[in-house]
Design a protein around this ligand. Sequence first.
Ligand code: ATR
Length: 275
Amino acid sequence: MKKWFAVIGDPIAQSMSPDMHSQWFAENGLDASYIPVHVTADRLEQAVSSLRELGCSGWNVTVPHKSAIIEYLDDIDPFARKMDAVNTVRVMEDGSLFGLNTDGIGFVRSLEEQFANSGKGKEVLLIGAGGAARGIGYALVSEGYGPITCVNRTFAKAERLAGELHAGAMPIEDAVKQIAKFGLIIQTTSVGMNFADSGMPLDPTRIKPETIVCDIIYNPLETQFLELARKAGGLTMNGVGMFVHQGARSFRNWTGMEPDTKQMIETITKKLGGI
Ligand code: ATR
């Protein structure tokens, strides 16, 4: 029987996940479809039970449901539990719902695909202390990256995240002064997204050349932060790779198959106006 998958969120119309997964299903000869479902916060519980009743095989979860969905699942991966966030649900053979989180590990896989020396062993500067930073921070720690230093506009949150990751924390001004010591810099805040805010979370102009600088934003493909880092000699990576790799981990979890990530990164980059 044809299988179907979904992504739930609010808003959801802009999601590129349906095109991405549909293409991977076709490329891998799987008879399955993937649809966006608009679910508001007050309808989450009903949406989960409807997806289950209607025979959905698995779904992605995006803003604002990543934490809220946990209480409606039967079991969740320990890593997702630590992060208090689920972005992938798999319907098991017995019909139970299993949640996991592929965002952070998707970021690390993207980093490793793009750079032969992915920044392992170098000092890491993690900018931001929200959900995205937590996911990436936990994945970096579990994959052996670090030492990590956390910075954030609200310093208390940087300190809290650093406590969880057994990492360091410092005020943004101090990180700017010491920026040349970091070999891997990861920008996880929403600053610079959708051209709405042309500001920067910190000034990267005095990085050491060849520093790997990542921004998890992919629209625009190059934020002002990333542009300045590139002009300062940084090796830059935008958020397309993380988006594709988190999806690839979901796809693998549902199907047991490895989708083509490199080609998909090119396709999405072109779609977003890049080359
Ligand atoms: P996400 O799940 O995408 O990480 P979030 O949990 O709301 O979203 O976290 C947003 C992050 O972006 C936070 O680190 C936030 O900083 P604060 O903790 O100080 O709020 C950061 N952020 C958002 N807008 C910002 C701005 N204009 N300048 C600097 N940091 C900003």
